[in-house]
Design a protein around this ligand. Structure first.
Ligand SMILES: NC(=O)c1ccc[n+]([C@@H]2O[C@H](COP(=O)([O-])OP(=O)(O)OC[C@H]3O[C@@H](n4cnc5c(N)ncnc54)[C@H](OP(=O)(O)O)[C@@H]3O)[C@@H](O)[C@H]2O)c1
Length: 294
């Protein structure tokens, strides 16, 4: 596949998200018809504006989809005991099928310890160690939303990855690491030969350059440049950093001149992440309502 400047296909996230929501709508309706209104809980600690914005967006989407959206807002000086009490409240709440503790939390809060206290069956982010273990073992359970969204995005745009080389730049716990587990699973839309590179691989471009699909998951603006890629590659930009309100992606915009297909700088992976979050929430609601095989 040789690419020519300006010819890269854009893989926008919104159509993927819309397809996911369209598939979820009848399942949400079926739950409501049997008297089970799905509930997505949110816990926000402090007043970080980006985190508050993310929580608000999830609440608004929940309401739009006919969910209840119970919310707990803790002060920025909340103690670990306060956060654990909020988690316990969500675990016990009958109207909450799934919930999340918005990351990051203030420095005095041990996020990992709080995550461990979340009921794994209500873990909408799929990040509880039990669910990461299920992912590693190929067992059913909530899958981390951004990796699941990337798999859905590639499938939506008919990028077959089975048997092909996928290189992931970054091994973080929300993106790179679970994505590697997911895309190497034995399934038709996965089954890839996955390589993960990070700061321990000084010559990481050697690996990205030979890959047919590259996923940037580092959170380092502009780290992935055209000289790190082979012409005709498929590029997915997952990593971003915020500087104030400016969103700075990992993928240098000139990569468009080399790639055959690429996610847009804004509106790529983000919309698919939120769609997968609601996929996890609906599955949790179906489990609690005893619907089908969920
Ligand atoms: N779009 C979305 O919806 C969405 C959702 C979730 C996350 N994200 C973004 O995805 C990114 C990754 O998230 P995360 O939580 O997995 O991040 P993380 O835990 O910070 O991991 C970043 C990874 O990138 C690697 N890395 C950093 N600088 C590098 C360099 N110069 N060369 C090579 N590797 C480098 C790190 O290597 P080491 O392990 O060696 O330190 C690490 O493995 C973040 O930017 C986050 O904002 C986006």
């Amino acid at each position: 596949m040789a690419a020519h400047p300006g010819t890269a296909r854009t893989m926008a996230g919104q159509p993927v998200a819309e397809a996911v929501f369209a598939a979820l709508a009848p399942r949400i309706e079926a739950l409501r018809a049997r008297g089970h209104t799905p509930g997505l809980g949110t816990i926000l600690v402090g007043d970080d504006s980006a985190s508050a914005g993310y929580v608000r967006m999830k609440q608004e989407k929940a309401t739009e989809l006919g969910f209840t959206a119970p919310h707990l807002h803790l002060r920025a000086d909340a103690t670990q005991a306060d956060v654990l009490a909020a988690v316990a409240q969500m675990n016990d709440a009958d109207d909450v099928d799934a919930f999340l503790l918005q990351h990051p939390t203030p420095p005095q809060v041990d996020f990992d310890a709080a995550l461990l206290a979340v009921d794994p069956d209500k873990d909408v982010d799929g990040l509880h160690p039990l669910n990461m273990g299920r992912l590693a073992l190929g067992m059913a359970g909530p899958v981390p939303c951004t990796p699941a969204g990337i798999e859905a995005l590639l499938a939506h745009y008919d990028v077959a990855i089975a048997g092909r080389e996928v290189c992931i730049l970054g091994r973080g716990t929300t993106l790179g690491r679970p994505l590697a587990l997911l895309l190497s699973q034995k399934r038709p839309t996965a089954n890839a030969a996955v390589t993960v590179v990070h700061t321990g691989v000084a010559d990481w471009p050697r690996y990205t350059r030979r890959a047919e699909v590259v996923v940037a998951a580092a959170g380092v603006p502009g780290i992935l440049r055209p000289e790190h890629l082979t012409p005709g590659v498929v590029v997915v930009g997952g990593g971003v950093r915020y500087e104030g309100r400016r969103l700075l992606p990992d993928v240098d915009e000139r990569c468009e001149d080399v790639a055959a297909a690429i996610t847009p700088r804004i509106g790529g992976v983000g919309p698919t992440t939120i769609a997968m979050l609601f996929g996890n929430a609906v599955e949790a609601a179906e489990r609690r309502a005893g619907v089908g095989a969920a």
